[in-house]
Design a protein around this ligand. Sequence first.
Ligand code: SAM
Ligand code: SF4
Ligand code: SF4
Length: 338
Amino acid sequence: MTDLQDQLQRPLRDLRISVTDRCNFRCRYCMPAEVFGPDYAFLSSDKILNFDEIERLVKIFVSLGVKKVRITGGEPLLRRDLTELIARIHRLEGVEDIALTTNGTLLKKYAQPLAQAGLSRVSISLDSLNDERFFEMNGHRGKVSTVLEGIEKAAEAGLQVKINMVVQKGKNDQDVIEMARFFKEKQHILRFIEYMDVGNSNGWRMDDVLAKKDIVEQIHQHSPLRPIAPNYLGEVATRYQYKDNQGEIGIISSVTDSFCTSCSRARLSAEGKLYTCLFATEGTDLRELLRSGQDDTAILNCIKSVWTERNDRYSDERNEQTIANRKKAKVEMSHIGG
Ligand code: SAM
Ligand code: SF4
Ligand code: SF4
């Protein structure tokens, strides 16, 4: 196997695949309803990679060093027959781990078949336990109880469960302690995500970000924490364990304590574009290569050259100037996959 490295000596280890740009939520920080309204032009099905194409690309990515695959979106469980795709990726030699990021609304139905198909882990997004605030944040689309039911079904199915909470000042920062308490009791790892300036439509302001140190401080006051070592090099969340040994939390601090130096993630959009950063403005069209009859070597060489030229470190460099430079040009998170 070729051990690829980019310009900053980062290997290619993780592949995040967005299987749809559609979603049944309209979270204000991701797909605000006023932008993603009834007339929004989502990708038509012929523009989206089919399972044969995705499987072929995953095989090529694995030959270049990818070991972990994460399925995301949009809302990935809206993609028809997703369990079949999971089963196909699971059968590929070299794939060590398959994870899914979901808003959890359809997990009640799919958790068991997904686990049977070979999914090992699921990250479920939930921003509040308060129905009113959750409703406000997800664009009036989903109830807390539905997501909690999904979480339960995922755990029952034997999937490793983590919960993701995006924290926005003035929106759900009052829920940090309650969420920590609740999921400590349930024995699920809760990861707090700093609100990020992804895409161009969420009206992000630094003032709305609750910083990692403030999140940790709040929880520590209530239930003392100690930092613990990462599980592996390049883990995105900084880990903290409760001092009473009754569980842990994680913080994904892409804004106030970025981690670009260890970023080994490539992203494949639903329409088959390869992106090397969450904050990218342009991708490389792999669908065109697939559909114009190029062989695996040509596609492999294309991915290789994209990765070896990669020098992305947007979060490490984030300042007023870099934010202004990318204004209006970034790809939306629902498109690129979170
Ligand atoms: N729909 C699925 C979900 O919500 O889990 C998967 C896709 S979503 C884009 C992936 C993750 O990105 C979610 O955990 C979501 O909360 C997070 N996310 C979306 N917009 C964000 C933002 N502006 N800042 C931080 N995290 C964000
Ligand atoms: Fe949908 Fe996930 Fe974005 Fe919310 S964060 S709008 S659930 S894709
Ligand atoms: Fe990776 Fe880009 Fe995020 Fe840095 S900003 S960690 S390079 S995705």
